[in-house]
Design a protein around this ligand. Structure first.
Ligand code: BJW
Length: 217
């Protein structure tokens, strides 16, 4: 599809929702998970991103998340984040870096949490320190690991947003992780058009920091 054809679809849509993945933040300097440069090439998910991994070795898990927090602190949103903030009604993001909010998006649903948040591993309360004052549980990063349920309110709001959309932009995600990927057939079943942006194999191919400003201008 050409950018002009895609722009016509965007212009005729009344309610545009975006589903973003790690590729959205790649040009800001946040590493993706899969692919040749992805985090999972160097680290095994089951050693770092599961509740079992945290039970086994919380220090190792924290070390990895502190490193990633440091990376995120040094990253800024790019032109693609800013273009989305002007054009879409809701951003559903799998990213945990907060860059959509920094770019000015007001309605952001973080279905995999936020890396800067800290929760109690035992009771799920928001924490400031390293131990929970109400139950004594240990602090953990506020993200969703494999085998954990997505935050129910975030999931319900995401499903409602895609059902209400007439266009879903799917940006920079491998679509490998569920239930996030389930939002795409859900949108289609509810009558929305789906437009995918990725480096290759999508409706629009190329870096989203370059394509989104042209698409949404
Ligand atoms: C660019 C670009 C540029 C690069 N421009 N593009 C059904 C079927 C099979 C399995 C399951 C299923 N249902 C559930 C599962 C199990 C599991 C799962 O999905 N496994 C699969 C891997 C097989 N899912 C879960 O465990 C989920 N929980 C769950 O289902 O719970 C059930 C339950 C119910 C009730 C009670 C208890 C349990 C939870 C999933 C959590 C995922 N967590 C992670 C880590 C988050 C924390 C952290 O950051 O550390 O989330 S994994 C990781 O993958 C991260 C991401 O959000 C997620 C998705 O990755 P994403 O964003 O797509 O990134 P990449 O790297 O894969 O792709 C990047 C793309 O960008 C590529 O395509 C590039 O080409 C592209 N790109 N630069 C445009 N400039």
């Amino acid at each position: 599809m050409t950018i002009d054809q895609a722009r016509k679809i965007v212009q005729s849509a009344r309610c545009i929702v975006a589903l973003t993945g790690a590729g959205m933040s790649a040009e800001s300097g946040v590493p993706t998970f899969r692919g040749s440069e992805g985090l999972w090439k160097k680290h095994r998910p089951e050693e770092l991103a599961t509740p079992e991994a945290f039970r086994r070795n919380p220090e190792l898990v924290w070390e990895w998340y502190e490193w990633r927090r440091g990376v995120v602190r040094n990253c800024q949103p790019h032109a693609g984040h800013r273009a989305l903030a002007q054009a879409v009604s809701t951003v559903i993001t799998q990213n945990v870096d907060g860059l959509h909010q920094l770019a000015g998006s007001r309605n952001v649903i973080e279905i995999h949490g936020n890396i800067m948040h800290t929760l109690c591993f035992d009771c799920g309360a928001d924490l400031e320190g390293m131990f929970c004052e109400s139950c004594g549980g240990r602090a953990r990063p506020g993200v969703v690991w494999f085998g954990e349920a997505l935050p129910p309110l975030a999931w319900e709001a995401s499903a409602a947003a895609v059902r209400n959309a007439d266009l879903l932009l799917v940006i920079g995600t491998s679509g490998a992780v569920y239930p996030a990927a389930q939002l795409i057939p859900l949108a289609r079943a509810a009558g929305a058009q789906v437009l995918a942006l990725n480096l290759k194999g999508a409706d629009l191919n190329g870096p989203c920091g370059e394509i989104l400003p042209k698409l949404l201008q």
